[in-house]
Structures are given as structure tokens and as C-alpha cells.
Ligand binder design. Structure first.
Ligand code: CA
Ligand code: CA
Length: 234
């Protein structure tokens, strides 16, 4: 009767074979970043009709139009992507509103021009931060990114923004309608051209109204005023 000892023996062998595949991958706690390899890329998640590839975008305090992004990818000292790495970014926004009496607005800002965002890198060692706001004009975004208190990248970029929040106070309401109507009546205005076809007409009104009726709003603060030369989008 030698068959019985065989069964546990086979089971042990089977388990030994399966064991490596059943063991979960260890958490990446040993990733030593090489800050010189960090890639920081500003960009746009486009949800408007403005030219693709341009730095011109339409955004809304509600976040339902285009978003400004900053994508950060980190690598270890062996040039392998670092997953699970906490990243903090300090943004500083400056800007030049296009219309008198209006501002530019950053959702989530805790002081004028000041926004801090945190995230954790994915399996590709990458994390993307998303920013939305209101107002129309030239916007300058400066950033300083940290991993564990160490600066891993910094930079700046400029955007031309416009929004159903014409006044740039973080809320779409009838104060914005009063800024929009003169542009509709004259068929011109960079800020009123919400569908980026170089004229202001009822197509822009149809773009505007859902944001007005939705009373789109966010909490945040304005940007720090500066003279901002737009990247040829006005
Ligand atoms: Ca407004
Ligand atoms: Ca238009």
C-alpha cells in the first residue's frame, strides 16, 4: 500500500510549484528615486473645440470642460519606474485677465495663486495632476514637485484660458451673462468665443447655457496678477 504516501507527496510538490505564483509581489518600499531622471510634462485634457496642440483651452469651475494637467513620472537609480511613490506638487499661478474687472480663478487654491496637490505614482511610476478654474486670459503655471521632501522637478508653462465663468470668481451666474452679452451683440471677443471658431454667436450661447443653468461653481482663489504675454492665442 504505497499509494497513500504518494498523495501528500504530490500535494507538497504541487504546492511548491504553485507557491511562487501565489505569493503577492512585495510592496515597493525600496524604490530609491533618481531625481535627475524625473519627467514632468504639462498638458491639457481637452474637452473643448479649441485647436488641438495649442495652449488655448476652455475650462469651467465644475471641471466638465478642458483641464490643465501636470504628469510626473519617476524612476529609481536603475532607471526603472517607481510605483507607489507619493508625490506633492506646489503650484503657483500668475495671470493677466483679458477683460477689465475680471479675474482668473484656480479651483482648490488655498490662497491667491497657491495650490498644493498630492498623488501616488501608478505601476508605470506615473501620476497626473488635474487643474481647473475660471476666468479668461493668460495664465502662467509654475510648479515645484517633491518626493519625500526632495525636489524632483520644477518648471513653468503658459496657457490661454477662457470660461463660462467670465468674471473669474469661481461661479457661473448672471454676472457672467452680463460679461458675455456685449460680445454676443458685437459677434467678437476672445473670451466669448467658447467654441473657438473665431466668432461669437448663438453656438457659443449654447455652450454657455448649461454651465449657467447648472450654476457651476468651485471653491478656490484667484491668481496673482502679472503681466503675462500670451502664447499667440488672443
Ligand atoms: Ca463668475
Ligand atoms: Ca464661437
Amino acid at each position: 500500500m504505497k499509494r497513500f504516501p504518494l498523495v501528500p507527496g504530490l500535494l507538497v510538490m504541487l504546492l511548491a510549484l504553485l507557491a511562487p505564483t501565489l505569493t503577492p509581489a512585495p510592496a515597493d518600499a525600496t524604490c530609491v528615486l533618481d531625481p535627475t531622471l524625473t519627467i514632468c510634462t504639462p498638458g491639457i485634457i481637452r474637452n473643448d473645440a479649441c485647436p488641438v496642440g495649442s495652449n488655448s483651452l476652455v475650462w469651467c469651475p465644475d471641471g466638465d470642460l478642458s483641464l490643465i494637467t501636470l504628469t510626473i513620472q519617476v524612476f529609481d537609480t536603475s532607471a526603472l519606474p517607481c510605483p507607489g511613490c507619493p508625490i506633492d506638487v506646489e503650484f503657483r499661478f500668475l495671470g493677466d485677465p483679458d477683460q477689465p474687472g475680471c479675474d482668473l480663478f484656480i479651483c482648490g487654491a488655498t490662497a491667491p495663486g497657491f495650490l498644493t496637490l498630492s498623488g501616488v505614482t501608478d505601476a508605470a511610476g506615473e501620476v497626473t495632476f488635474q487643474i481647473t478654474g475660471g476666468g479668461c486670459g493668460c495664465l502662467e503655471m509654475n510648479w515645484l514637485a517633491f518626493a519625500g521632501g526632495t525636489i524632483i522637478c520644477q518648471g513653468a508653462d503658459r496657457f490661454c484660458v477662457k470660461s463660462p465663468d467670465f468674471t473669474g470668481d469661481g461661479a457661473v451666474n448672471f454676472a457672467d451673462t452680463f460679461k458675455y452679452l456685449p460680445q454676443l451683440f458685437t459677434s467678437q471677443g476672445y473670451c466669448g468665443d467658447l467654441n473657438c471658431d473665431n466668432t461669437v454667436n448663438f453656438a457659443d450661447t449654447f455652450t454657455y447655457l448649461p454651465h449657467l443653468f447648472g450654476a457651476h461653481v468651485c471653491a478656490g482663489d484667484n491668481v496673482v496678477p502679472t503681466t503675462c504675454t500670451p502664447p499667440s492665442c488672443f
